[in-house]
Ligand binder design. Structure first.
Ligand SMILES: [Zn+2]
Length: 199
């Protein structure tokens, strides 16, 4: 591939990634961090797609990205879902690899890393019907687990699954899988039986 062809390939890759993130309702600042595209160009992409997909326009997130760590442990169901997402992020190698550009802040990513994150998030959506974790929250979870601040991945002593827990809580409470399994059957009825989180 010659130089011009390679530049076109990279440009196309960034453009396709931006569209993929727009479909998931990602914020402009997140798309910019992952693609390097200008805000103006991202806004134009939004407009083009919103004109064709009305539901997309309604889903567009504005303002700041999620900041509340407690979101992921707010309820047993959310803690379970966060733990499942963390297992998927691990399976895609997103937690074992350091941020893609050593020494750079979390605002700078390689397109390949962001594409892999999209793959992981889409896999999570396939595993969890009606997921309560948005694309932005999933992105925030990835950053929290990388920075080791506020949340930690711990192995349950009882069932041996890995789960997301509040790192500031000195009490090692039961993991969400154990909690869900201990619930009376009728309270679990709307949910599917918890899938073990061994990883
Ligand atoms: Zn357990």
């Amino acid at each position: 591939m010659n130089c011009t062809g390679y530049r076109y390939y990279l440009e196309r890759q960034r453009h396709d990634l931006a569209l993929r993130m727009i479909r998931h309702g990602a914020r402009t600042c997140t798309i910019r961090a992952c693609t390097g595209l200008s805000e103006d160009r991202i806004r134009r992409l939004y407009k083009t797609f919103a004109a064709e997909h009305e539901a997309l326009a309604a889903r567009r997130r504005r303002g700041k990205s999620p900041r509340q760590t407690v979101f992921f442990t707010r309820s047993t169901r959310l803690q379970y879902e966060s733990s499942l997402l963390a297992a998927v992020l691990t399976a895609f190698g997103l937690l074992s690899s350091a941020p893609p550009r050593p020494g750079r802040p979390w605002q700078a990513f390689s397109v390949g890393f962001a594409e892999r994150f999209c793959d992981a998030y889409e896999t999570h959506l396939q595993l969890v019907a009606s997921s309560r974790i948005s694309f932005e929250h999933a992105w925030f979870l990835l950053q929290l687990l990388h920075s080791d601040s506020g949340l930690a991945l711990t192995r349950c002593r009882r069932c041996d699954t890995r789960y997301v827990r509040d790192a500031t809580d000195p009490l090692h409470r039961a993991c969400p899988t154990c909690k869900l399994q201990a619930l009376p059957a009728r309270r679990c009825a709307p949910e599917r039986s918890p899938v073990p989180l061994r990883a």
